[in-house]
Design a protein around this ligand. Structure first.
Ligand SMILES: Nc1ncnc2c1ncn2[C@@H]1O[C@H](COP(=O)(O)OP(=O)(O)OP(=O)(O)O)[C@@H](O)[C@H]1O
Length: 724
């Protein structure tokens, strides 16, 4: 988009004009104009179409034209905004993708109205979850309520509704401190993994429910807990950024897919002079502006294609990192006030939104996501850790807040030695049970991680079998070829043997998982029974404090387990990626075989190369060239002649030539990054290679056509001459 010295201009930044690489998504930008408060006041912004508006900067020059993905005028409805901006995101989330929408704009420009609807603190009749809504209230529902309603509609209509889990978390960032809006308490910390790729909020509650009304009432509760104060510009100004996250997890026989929707209502930018804020309000404003400035810097850097983007300047940008540059489809809804007196803020927002138009994110294939989750269920680890934290929280509440039910404890003399001994004993028992629980949880984590490693190993063996059987022209899954002493048959036999050993070990470990789970449950019940006795026994604040410290120790233990879970998750992820690489390599080689065979047929039949094929060859060569260039394997020089490209095409094999994967050792080894070290296949496997792993069903059977091709080939294995 250009502004053309204040003259009317056309957009240079609209969706269609950007060149996107595959998988890249442009951030969608919408602008909404709040209805004017004053009927007779002059306006600086005018909608000219569903995508364009004119902005009058007050000078004598012509108004500037801005183009966005969507422009919503003063009379736009909540429904319309939802349908154009957030409904498509909900669809993505339901198919297992991540998506985000955030409302941006100056204070009083209508962000909260769009995200939530009429301000809950201002509403004359505050909404409750029980009172049915009037048609007007429904029409005023903001994007958050609408998105949740649509997700639950999907769940309710699904044949498999019991396998769908919806959970929400809701937080605010107020004065650079993160607060849980669902369970308000002390400030929470941000955590990130070693690579800074995954950001989480430690201790943030995530509520899972199957009831639509429960979520809506949680949302209302969260909104009421949000920090809002009157300012000179807005009677109900949100003084914090609010981030709602809705996670939808769907399980099926094929695996689990998970999509997450982030909806953010940003606090409004403001000018201290204009708002006339003092003291606390002024300080809040400074925090708000600082974090929005950090967001602006990120948007500038991203839209300019910067290699390094600094997200670390504020908690807001760290939390929005995924939405701005990760695997996420993102919509920004910029809000402006139309009155002339808001001209400066309106201009700033329009320019800001304009820059955001150039930001791209990378979308991930939902199937891949699905497979990833199935193959490496990190959510499972997360659940274990969440359970553990819930345990600690429960204990904490019990010890610190619950008072004796019967008052019996009050009658006990605090100096009574017998009572003190009993209490000490009880405390020791609780600590002991907790330690046992930790031990069992660790064992469970390790055993499950080992099972996953074994599943990956099993998959690797399946790949070895498939590889050799393919080369021998056999159908995958045809069992042992006991008669032959060929290299392939020996390799296949050894892989089947290895597979049997893996399956035995897998069974053993699955049993361990089962018994550990049972022990854990018993231990947990014992802990609960002991904790139940506590309020009866504790009489002094001193004892309560001591037990509070005990909780803290437990919390630290829980943190340790959480780190261990993250480490295991990372290891598994690395191994899984290794296998994916190997698979991709295998598919590439198959493609080379196909090209080679095609070239031979064309050559031998003296056929003219069809134009589409020519194009595809050229594309293939470019790809190969690009990959050698980026991996540093090439000289970096662009091939200047057709001949130099030609050298990169797979060679033409003559009739009696085995295709490219002919040598048993040309599958380069892909080392396992973790897991079983003394792996016979890794050491002496048929290819010296076959690194990786992948859990899951067996590889697909080869098609009859491919088989015929292979059979053809296997008859021709003698000669090795090749044209190139
Ligand atoms: N589309 C709209 N329709 C009707 N009223 C609106 C609309 N947008 C905003 N308003 C009203 O304008 C006022 C300011 O809106 P809102 O509180 O949503 O602004 P905000 O951008 O969230 O402000 P802040 O950043 O200070 O929290 C509110 O009274 C709100 O009800």
């Amino acid at each position: 988009m250009t502004q053309n010295n204040g003259n009317a201009s056309s957009s240079g930044g609209s969706a269609s004009s950007m060149c996107l690489t595959p998988g890249e998504e442009r951030l969608t930008v919408a602008v909404r104009i709040r209805p004017s408060n004053e009927s007779n006041e002059q306006k600086c912004v005018h909608v000219t179409s569903k995508k364009t508006l004119l902005f009058d900067d007050g000078s004598k020059t012509k108004p500037m034209k801005y183009v966005y993905d969507h422009v919503f005028g003063e009379d736009s409805s909540q429904e319309e905004v939802y349908v154009k901006t957030t409904a498509p995101l909900v669809k993505d989330v339901l198919s297992g993708l991540n998506a985000a929408a955030f409302a941006y704009g100056a204070t009083g420009s209508g962000k909260t109205h769009t995200m939530l609807g009429p301000n809950p603190k201002k509403a004359a009749t505050p909404q409750t979850d029980t009172a049915p809504k009037t048609a007007l209230e429904q029409a005023n529902d903001g994007l958050m309520v609408r998105a949740i309603a649509e997700i639950f509609e999907f769940v309710e209509k699904s044949d498999n509704s019991e396998a769908i889990r919806v959970s929400i978390s809701y937080l605010e960032i107020y004065n650079e401190l993160i607060r849980d809006l669902l369970q308000p308490g002390g400030p929470l910390e941000l955590r990130e993994d070693n690579r800074g790729a995954r950001i989480t909020v430690a201790g943030l509650s995530e509520v899972t429910t199957t009831q639509r009304h429960e979520v809506i009432s949680l949302l209302l509760k969260g909104n009421k807990a949000r920090t809002m104060e009157p300012t000179a510009s807005n009677q109900t100004s949100s003084r914090s950024h609010a981030l709602l996250s809705v996670t939808v997890t769907q399980s099926s026989a094929l695996g689990t897919k998970q999509g997450r929707l982030f909806l953010t209502d940003l606090a409004g930018s403001e000018r201290a002079k204009k708002t006339k804020n003092r003291g606390k309000r002024l300080q809040e404003g400074a925090h708000i502006n600082r974090s929005l400035l950090a967001l602006g810097n990120c948007i500038n850097a991203l839209s300019g294609g910067a290699r390094y983007v600094n997200y670390r300047d504020s908690k807001l940008t760290r939390l929005l990192k995924e939405a701005l540059s990760g695997h996420c489809r993102t919509v920004m809804i910029a809000h402006v006030a139309p009155e002339n007196r808001h001209r400066d803020e309106t201009k700033n927002t329009l320019v800001y939104a304009n820059r955001a138009n150039n930001i791209t994110t990378r979308m991930q294939n939902p199937e891949l996501l699905m497979e990833e989750t199935r193959e490496f269920p990190t959510t499972h680890y997360q659940n274990l850790v969440t359970e553990l934290r819930e345990e600690v929280n429960r204990l904490k509440t019990k010890m610190l807040t619950e008072r004796p039910r019967s008052g019996a404890a009050l009658k006990i003399d605090p100096n009574d030695e017998k009572r003190r001994t009993e209490l000490r004993f009880l405390r020791e028992q609780i600590v002991l049970t907790f330690k046992q629980q930790m031990k069992l949880r660790r064992r469970l984590l390790e055993a499950e991680s080992h099972v996953m490693g074994l599943e990956l190993d099993a998959e690797r063996q399946h790949m070895i079998i498939s590889h050799w059987q393919g080369r021998m022209g056999k159908l995958y899954d045809a069992q042992n070829d006991n008669d032959s002493e060929s290299e392939g048959s020996t390799a296949i036999r050894s892989a089947w043997n290895e597979l049997a050993a893996i399956e035995r070990e897998m069974k053993r470990y699955k049993d361990i998982v089962l018994t550990t789970e049972q022990d854990l449950e018993l231990c947990r019940q014992k802990g609960v029974a002991l904790e139940d006795e506590l309020p009866e026994r504790i009489s002094s604040d001193e004892e309560r404090e001591l037990l509070g410290l005990l909780c803290r120790v437990h919390e630290l233990e829980a943190d340790k387990v959480s780190l261990q879970a993250e480490r295991l998750a990372r290891q598994g992820e690395l191994r899984r990626r290794d296998l994916q690489l190997l698979r991709a390599e295998r598919q590439r080689r198959l493609c080379e075989d196909i090209i080679s065979t095609q070239r031979r047929l064309i050559e031998e039949g003296k056929l003219e190369l069809p134009p589409e094929l020519k194009d595809m060859y050229a594309l293939y060569q470019q790809e190969i060239h690009a990959s050698t260039y980026t991996s540093g394997g090439g000289t970096g020089a662009t091939p200047s002649t057709a001949a130099s490209y030609d050298r990169k095409l797979p060679p033409i094999y003559k009739r009696h030539t085995p295709p490219s994967s002919s040598s048993g050792s040309d599958w380069s080894p892909t080392p396992l990054s973790a897991g079983r070290t003394a792996d016979p296949v890794e050491a002496d496997g048929p290819d010296g290679l076959m690194g990786p792993p992948v859990v899951g069903p067996k590889l697909p059977l080869i098609s009859a056509r491919t088989r015929a091709l292979r059979e053809n080939r296997s008859g021709d294995h003698q000669s090795t001459s090749s044209e190139d």
